[in-house]
Each structure stands twice: as structure tokens, then as C-alpha cells.
Design a protein around this ligand. Structure first.
Ligand SMILES: *[C@@H]1O[C@H](CO)[C@@H](O)[C@H](O)[C@H]1NC(C)=O
Ligand SMILES: *[C@@H]1O[C@H](CO)[C@@H](O)[C@H](O)[C@H]1NC(C)=O
Ligand SMILES: *[C@@H]1O[C@H](CO)[C@@H](O)[C@H](O)[C@H]1NC(C)=O
Ligand SMILES: *[C@@H]1O[C@H](CO)[C@@H](O)[C@H](O)[C@H]1NC(C)=O
Length: 269
């Protein structure tokens, strides 16, 4: 019998490593289980209601604007949930993201009455109280990526990019905006802002203004970042990460995947 080549063994090992991962959901960029807000037991009515709401999201093929909202059950076991895809994401990627999020959130926050998880492509949140139109700004999560040399100038460029998108996003049909500007080192700076579609124009403005007012604390030295709250989010990067033709008044189209690794996250409760 011929000797088995080391590269074959290596390939086989890779396959064994890769198979189990294929069955699990991607990790959230950020998530929090709001442990202060109570727990439910495994076979309770709350568990069944949550499962019902989430399966209604996963099985829904009608949603075209990337916004999912539902509640199910009777007090005190009523469950409320909201899902939101990136505004420039197409329907298939959106559904797949929401589906992953329903599985991952229950796995990561077993028996928690309230939780939220943020992916690049979508956000999913559930609670035992009504969250529709709440305009909640916490919990929030800030992620930064690479360092820049001109910290001060870069921070200012990021803030002015964000500020220039707020009213456009708040007044658009799909409550998002994308924009390209120039960083101090003359590289491109790409920005994306979005609110959940249950917010009024005023609420969306308020949520994004709050994000902007907190930004200087965090942007120090960052070449790319994301700021997530339950009701709005902001992302900037020196690499293009959204569909350049994305138009908040039009139906969704495909986006580019994020090329950047995640370096650190701060969760604010
Ligand atoms: C949600 O659950 C918490 C903890 O069990 C409870 O204190 C609160 O009253 C519940 N909220 C509603 C609206 O039922
Ligand atoms: C939940 O129900 C299943 C099926 O009825 C049962 O096998 C399981 O032991 C129950 N778990 C708990 C924690 O009660
Ligand atoms: C970013 O800057 C910090 C502080 O100066 C340094 O410790 C870190 O290694 C830098 N990271 C990268 C990726 O350059
Ligand atoms: C996010 O959406 C893009 C398409 O726009 C897709 O290529 C990528 O795989 C999605 N990410 C995940 C983790 O599904």
C-alpha cells in the first residue's frame, strides 16, 4: 500500500474541523442577554411564544424592506421581537441573516427574557415588553478596527460624515443612508447609518444624534468602526462595505461583504 501523504492527512483534518462549524451560526459582532430582566424556564409558555415569533420570522417570505416585527401570546408571557437587515441587503441574504440570528440568540441567551444580537447584515431583538417604536438607545455596542495616524483629524472627518447623513436617513422610506467622503490622509471614508423602520423621523434623528454625540469618546485612533444601538446604527470604514448604488427609496439590492477583521468591542448597558 502506498504511504499516505501528509497533505492528504492535513486535508482530512481540515474537513473534520470544518464540518461541525458548517452546522453552527456565525457569531454576532455584539450581543447582550440583558440578564437583569428576568428568565423563563425551558418548557414555559414564554419559551413557546418566543419560538413562535422567531419561526414566523424565519418562515416569512413576504418581507421586502428588511424590517421584521411581531408579538405573540398573552401577558405576562407575551413576546415581542424586531429584526432589521442592512438597508442595502437583498431579500435572500436578509432572510438567511434573520434566520441565523433567531438560532444564535436563543443559543447564546438561553432562558433570558430579553436579548439583542448584532450581525453586519442584520440585528435581532426580543423582549417581554413592547419594543415597537421605542427608540431605545441602550444597550449599545461600539466596535473599532484599525489604527490611524491622524487621530484628531480622522475623528472629525468621521463625525462630520455621520452628521451629514442623519437627516437624509431619518426622512427616507427605508431609514438608511450611505455616503462616501475623504479622510485626512486622502483615503476614502465610507459611512452607513440606519434606524429601525418603526421609528418616526424625529425618533430616528434623535437616536442618530445621540450616536454622534457619543462618537468622539470612541473614534480616537480608529480607521473603521460600528456603533450599534437597538434602534439605530452607524458604521464607517476606509474600505467600501456597502452597495455603492444603495438608495433608501428603492427596493434592496446586494452588498459587498465586510473585508475587515473585528478587533474589539465595548458594550454599554
Ligand atoms: C418582564 O419580566 C420581568 C422579569 O420577570 C418582570 O419584572 C416584568 O414585569 C416583565 N414585564 C412585562 C411587561 O411583563
Ligand atoms: C421539556 O419537555 C421535554 C418534552 O416534553 C422533556 O423531555 C424535557 O425534560 C422538559 N424539560 C424541562 C426542563 O422540563
Ligand atoms: C493600535 O495602537 C495601539 C496603541 O498605540 C497599539 O497597542 C496597537 O498594537 C495598534 N494596533 C494595530 C493593529 O496597529
Ligand atoms: C452578508 O451579506 C453578504 C451579501 O451582501 C454576504 O456575502 C455575506 O455572506 C453575508 N454575511 C453572512 C455572515 O451571512
Amino acid at each position: 500500500m502506498a504511504p499516505v501523504s501528509p497533505s492528504l492527512i492535513f486535508s482530512l483534518c481540515l474537513i473534520f474541523i470544518l464540518i461541525p462549524q458548517a452546522a453552527t451560526q456565525p457569531s454576532f459582532i455584539c450581543h447582550t442577554c440583558s440578564p437583569g430582566l428576568g428568565t423563563y424556564t425551558t418548557n414555559s409558555t414564554y419559551a413557546a411564544n418566543l419560538k413562535h415569533v422567531f419561526s414566523s420570522f424565519s418562515s416569512n417570505t413576504e418581507i421586502e424592506n428588511g424590517f421584521y416585527s411581531a408579538s405573540f401570546g398573552q401577558d405576562p408571557d407575551k413576546v415581542y421581537a424586531i429584526g432589521l437587515c442592512r438597508g442595502d441587503l437583498n431579500q435572500d441574504f436578509c432572510r438567511s441573516c434573520i434566520n441565523d440570528a433567531t438560532l444564535a440568540l436563543i443559543q447564546l441567551c438561553p432562558n433570558q427574557k430579553e436579548a439583542i444580537g448584532w450581525y453586519d447584515n442584520c440585528t435581532l431583538r426580543f423582549s417581554n415588553h413592547s419594543i415597537y417604536g421605542s427608540g431605545d438607545e441602550i444597550p449599545s455596542c461600539f466596535i473599532n478596527q484599525n489604527n490611524v495616524s491622524d487621530v484628531d483629524g480622522f475623528g472629525k472627518a468621521v463625525k462630520s460624515l455621520l452628521d451629514s447623513m442623519i437627516s437624509e436617513a431619518a426622512s427616507s422610506n427605508r431609514k438608511f443612508a450611505t455616503k462616501t467622503s475623504v479622510a485626512p490622509d486622502l483615503s476614502k471614508l465610507y459611512g452607513f447609518v440606519q434606524c429601525t423602520l418603526d421609528l418616526s423621523e424625529q425618533q430616528c434623528n434623535n437616536c442618530l444624534e445621540m450616536t454622534s454625540s457619543q462618537l468622539p469618546l470612541f473614534t480616537i485612533g480608529m480607521g473603521g468602526g460600528r456603533f450599534y444601538t437597538p434602534s439605530c446604527n452607524f458604521r464607517f470604514d476606509t474600505n467600501l462595505f456597502f452597495q455603492p448604488q444603495a438608495d433608501a427609496s428603492l427596493p434592496p439590492s446586494p452588498i459587498f461583504p465586510s473585508p475587515m477583521p473585528i478587533k474589539g468591542a465595548v458594550i454599554l448597558m
